[in-house]
Design a protein around this ligand. Structure first.
Ligand SMILES: [Zn+2]
Ligand SMILES: [Zn+2]
Length: 335
């Protein structure tokens, strides 16, 4: 779903790759479609003895399925977004950057270009982060995705199961997708448990292939639930500490303070609101309610750090004020 995808698809190889990338999504969709048949037709309609319980089972089943599919669809279809032109380095500056005779000169060019951009993240050598492929200054928490061929805001990871990058715009949908997938699997497993036990006792009403549909329905629901529980738990933990998957492997490096895995950790509730918003009515629905614009993020202990450093050196004051501006300030051209 990257910016270069349309260009790539024009070649036969690019088209094959684009089709190939949809295979995991098709696999998941096929499993859901089969589970729908097995649950609704074989377990409920053909096998259920009690009409009232069947209606309740189908009612809750469709509720969970709708929330699950809605979150899945939005995770897949949400575009990774585009980084605004203010972050793009003009061609003449890029060639000056590549011609630079030393890393220090490169660092100076980048720092000069980014001085009015709200960036606090740095590379290992203290330079402003720059993407050679997209020719842009990387906003904080953004990374280049080689599958999407573009820089992605607050990139979490590229997920083949949704054929999309999990990022600032769809992270909430992704967490809800994992949560509702888990609820769906557990619901299917618990409501088919009775028939699963009956099967082994030889007392199941269903005959022929219907018996095996119910048997596999239980097995597959349990299998998916086991793998989802750890992934969902891990992402809930990441939401509560305000960290992306990439940041949990490599801590972001801040201009002031250096590497800090907890750099964005504002406390559990504030972290949760960053992703899910502060209106509980939207927490459980895959509609966009995350805070911010994906390019700037509040930093932990920002005020204390700023105050302590402001008293230290008067020149630092100017640099810090630029770094910690709450709203981005952009400049249209380089003087
Ligand atoms: Zn890039
Ligand atoms: Zn990607």
């Amino acid at each position: 779903m990257g910016n270069d995808d349309h260009r790539r698809r024009k070649t036969p190889c690019g088209f094959c790759m684009a089709v190939f990338k949809w295979i995991p999504v098709l696999f998941i969709t096929a499993v859901i479609a089969w589970s729908y048949y097995a649950y609704v037709v074989e377990l409920c309609i053909r096998n259920s003895q009690n009409r009232i319980s069947m209606i309740f089972m189908l009612l809750f089943y469709h509720l969970f399925l709708t929330l699950f599919m809605w979150s899945y669809w939005r995770t897949i279809m949400t575009s990774v977004g585009r980084i605004p032109d203010q972050w793009r380095i003009p061609d003449e500056e890029v060639s000056r950057l590549f011609r630079a005779d030393s890393p220090d000169t490169q660092k100076r060019i980048l720092n000069n270009f980014a001085r009015d951009l709200p960036v606090t993240n740095r590379t290992m050598n203290g330079s402003v982060r720059f993407c050679e492929k997209c020719k842009i200054i990387k906003p904080d928490r953004a990374h280049h995705c080689s599958v999407c061929s573009c820089c992605v805001l607050k990139m979490d990871h590229h997920c083949p199961w949704v054929n999309n990058c999990v990022n600032f715009y769809n992270y909430k949908y992704f967490v809800l997708f994992l949560g509702y997938a888990l609820v769906y699997c557990l619901y299917v497993a618990f409501t088919s448990l009775h028939d699963f036990v009956e099967f082994w006792k030889g007392q199941l009403n269903a005959s022929g292939m219907g018996r095996f549909h119910i048997l596999f329905l239980f097995f597959i629901a349990i299998m998916f639930a086991i793998s989802l529980v750890s992934l969902f738990g891990y992402h809930i933990y990441l939401v509560l500490v305000n960290r992306t998957t990439l940041e949990s492997f490599r801590a972001p490096i801040f201009r002031v303070g250096g590497p800090d895995k907890n750099g964005y950790n504002l406390g559990r509730y504030a972290n949760f609101c960053e992703v899910f918003g502060d209106d509980w009515q939207y927490w459980f629905l895959p509609v966009f309610s995350s805070f911010g614009d994906g390019k700037t993020f509040p930093i932990r202990h920002m005020e204390e750090d700023t105050e302590s450093l402001l008293g230290y050196h008067s020149d630092t004051r100017i640099e810090l004020e630029e770094d910690f501006l709450p709203e981005p300030r952009f400049q249209d051209s380089i003087p």
